[in-house]
Design a binder for this molecule. Structure first.
Ligand code: BGC
Length: 751
């Protein structure tokens, strides 16, 4: 295959590539439309670093250059690759002494002494686990992600890690997909806001600092579109949806200066991401002007063979490098075949140089040439009290009160006895959820259990724990004991949901009910007639109509992290008034998936009174809990919607939207004021609503405040099927309220 024929280079879904590029240029200030060479042009302020990169590049042999493209995931392979002079970085090796030992070989025993970059999946904590990213999205407070990222970066960097494989920002409509836990849910605007906060939290202004790391925007791109929610599965996506739904968080992260990007395992309209020149070369490096490097996912280049894009490893390398994958993780096709491919003119010297240049640039920015080693005395082996306090505060901020009849919650601190029931009531590491930093082994800090959190919150109460059943077993033999405990207590807290292994990578579920007999356990507790509340610990939306109909109160706690038990108790006993909102719709049944708020209308929108409309015969329309839903122990009113004008000029216009939010209840609390837009007539039909602003406010009982949002043409525009960003004249409807079902509305004209 010649370089001109490289796979993926024209994978634009049959769309004229020049048009696509022209369209993408709009709105991307630093767009370099001719790809790597343009992207490599140095803006003012960077010449010194670029000069050092070029000087080093000029000294490197071809073999040394190819060596920089290799990333390996264990110490033994790393030592062998280093001995052969073929290594750019190492990941998943932890421990400052070990890392320094490897670095010493690279710096002191290779010809040019180029330092290694050390990576790790620090997804929501290094030693201090914060709630999973999906939970963080539920805070509707990007500062939460910033806190996680800053704490994690400090711990990781002081322990010798330079580079994290986060943030994951894959938008998805698929709750069956286990990796929904790792991202921020179904909305591209919410995901972009959190991704940017996380990139900034990890990198700061300068990621050479001793408490910062280089971030990695992943997985590029559309990984969340996996058919059937089955991990790694096919994604066939229109250009408009690619650009409107999946790409926005990545574009925003590049604008925020993210150091690296990871390619995704999926195909995108027939071309696997690792060989997809359109998304990597044309969009990311070209239109977005990304100057950092692209790392493959784990064996992602090798997998081009099984995908059916490449006949062998050489083919795979010949597809991936020109498409724009700069560094190969685990598999070794660049290392083995690049020289041959160059001789055969299937790849070019410029392509190799471009990849090396990008990797060296990040290494220079990390300050590795000045400070290749970590001070072993600073290694972080356990969470600090401050980090634990931050994790606890964040976890409580992420919880969503789905239902609270009575209200049963908050529980009185004067309660005499509490029965904690359910398989997750005494769970430890399961509270961390997927990707638990340093892991769950010896030397790691186990999360505080729910039962211990409750004991600490109400030291005067008798607190019992009875599991009732396991998380996924079929045995109901423990129900009687659980009922007995419930009968003996003033109130029962039923903790059910998913273990950590039930979400995350390669953890798709075909049903998303409560696993095992947990729902029957809730029914058994209900049967006692005693008051109870349900706490959910889980990494994805669950189908819980039974709970909605039968449990008086439901608190969605997600996988809350290392302080989970304390944070749950904080919310149950009203020390913290919950204010989180769902970043993803909760379906009624799995057969309804995908069900998401930002859908297009049909020509026959669902109407229960009319047969020939878009709905199921056996289910009400819409989700059980909509995107943005979440209750509080107090109540709020949003009114006084005002616009600063009636029209928004398509070029350079601005319009202010403001509303008043009042705490109408008797307790201080948080509300998230949400702004949605709808373009009712457009050349590409637009979602019935899309989030374009949100603000979480804390209000004392009786207090009110005004919340304002500024809209610009960027907020009303969209990408079409040539990937051109369009701002079309006409009416825009505005909805403001406390969920995606907001009813307060106004409109303006784009002129
Ligand atoms: C995952 C990535 C992760 C990588 C390295 C892969 O299996 O898809 O998200 O960063 O492994 O651990």
């Amino acid at each position: 295959m010649s370089q001109q024929e490289r796979p993926g280079s024209s994978a634009t879904g049959g769309v004229n590539r020049r048009l696509v590029l022209a369209g993408l240029a709009g709105g991307v200030a630093s767009a370099g439309l001719t790809g790597p060479s343009a992207a490599a042009a140095a803006p003012a302020g960077r010449p010194e670093r670029d000069r050092r990169v070029e000087a080093l590049l000029g000294k490197m042999t071809l073999a040394e250059k190819i060596g920089q493209l290799q990333l390996v995931g264990d110490e033994t392979t790393a030592r062998a690759a280093l001995a052969a002079g073929r290594l750019g970085g190492v990941f998943s090796v932890v421990g400052a002494a070990k890392l320094n030992a490897l670095q010493r070989i690279a710096v002191e025993r290779t010809r040019l002494g180029i330092p290694l970059v050390f990576g790790l999946d620090v997804i929501h904590g290094y030693t201090t686990n914060f709630p999973i990213p999906l939970a963080q999205g539920a805070s509707f407070d990007p500062a939460v992600a910033g806190t996680d990222a800053a704490v994690s970066a400090g711990e990781a960097r002081r322990s010798g890690i330079h580079w994290t494989y986060a943030p994951m920002m894959d938008v998805t409509h698929e709750p069956r997909w286990g990796r929904i836990a790792e991202g921020y849910g179904e909305d591209p605007y919410l995901a972009a806001r959190f991704a940017v906060a996380k990139v900034r939290g990890y990198q700061g202004d300068d990621y050479s600092a001793p408490d910062r790391v280089a971030a990695c925007a992943k997985h590029f791109v559309a990984y969340g579109g996996a058919e059937g929610g089955r991990d790694y599965n096919t994604v066939d996506v229109s250009l408009q949806r690619l650009h409107n739904l999946y790409l926005p968080p990545f574009k925003a992260s590049v604008e925020a200066g993210v150091a690296t990007v990871m390619a995704s395992f999926n195909t995108i309209s027939g071309v696997p991401a690792h060989g997809n020149g359109y998304v990597l070369h044309d969009v990311l490096k070209g239109a977005y002007g990304f100057r950092g490097f692209v790392v493959s996912d784990y064996t992602g280049i090798e997998e081009l063979i099984l995908h059916g894009l490449a006949g062998d490893g050489a083919d795979a390398a010949a597809a991936a490098l020109p498409a724009g994958v700069d560094m190969e993780m685990v598999s070794t096709n660049y290392a083995r075949f690049a020289e041959r491919l160059l001789a055969e003119r299937r790849i070019t010297r410029d392509q190799i140089d471009d990849a090396v240049r990008r990797i060296l640039l990040v290494k220079f920015r990390l300050g590795l040439f000045e400070r290749p080693y970590v001070d072993e005395a600073t290694e972080v082996k356990a969470p600090s009290p401050a980090a634990l306090a931050a994790s606890r505060q964040v976890a409580a901020r992420c919880m969503v009160l789905l239902k609270n009849d009575g209200p049963v919650l908050p529980l009185a601190k004067t309660v005499g006895s509490v029965a904690v029931v359910g398989p997750l009531g005494a769970a430890t590491y399961d509270l961390n959820g997927t990707w638990a930093g340093l892991g769950t082994g010896a030397g790691t800090t186990p999360p505080v259990t729910v039962v211990d959190g409750i004991k600490a919150a109400v030291p005067g109460a008798a607190v019992s724990y009875t599991p009732g059943c396991t998380a996924d077993g079929t045995d109901t033999g423990g129900f009687a004991a659980a009922q007995q405990a419930a009968r003996a207590a003033d109130v029962t807290v039923v903790v059910v949901g998913e273990t950590a292994a039930m979400s995350g990578e390669a953890a798709a579920r075909s049903t998303i009910d409560l696993p095992g007999v947990q729902q029957q356990l809730v029914a058994a507790i209900k049967e006692t007639g005693k008051p109870f509340v349900v706490v959910l610990v889980n990494g994805r939306p669950l189908t819980i109509p039974y709970l909605h109909e039968n449990a008086p109160a439901i608190l969605e706690a997600w996988a809350p992290g290392v302080q989970g038990g304390h944070a749950i108790a904080d919310v149950l006993f009203g020390v913290v008034n919950p204010g989180g909102k769902l970043p993803v719709s909760f379906p009624r049944a799995v057969g309804q998936i995908p069900v998401y708020y930002n859908h297009e209308n049909t020509g026959r929108p669902a109407d229960p009174a009319s047969k020939y409309t878009s709905k199921y015969l056996d289910l009400p329309s819409g989700p059980l809990y909509e995107f943005g839903h979440g209750l509080s122990y107090t109540t709020f009113r949003v009114d006084g919607l005002r616009l600063s004008g009636t029209s928004l000029p398509a070029r350079g216009g601005r319009i202010e939207v403001s509303a008043t939010v009042t705490n109408t209840g008797g307790r201080d609390g948080d509300e998230v004021v949400q702004l949605y837009l709808r373009d009712p007539v457009a050349t590409i039909v637009q979602p019935v609503r899309r989030l374009r602003g949100f603000r979480r406010v804390t209000l004392a009982a009786g207090a009110s405040t005004t919340v304002s949002f500024t809209l610009t043409p960027d907020d009303v525009g969209f990408y079409d099927n040539t990937a051109r960003f369009r701002v079309e004249p006409g009416k825009i409807e505005v909805y403001v309220g406390t969920s995606s079902a907001a009813t307060l509305s106004a409109s303006f004209m784009v002129v």
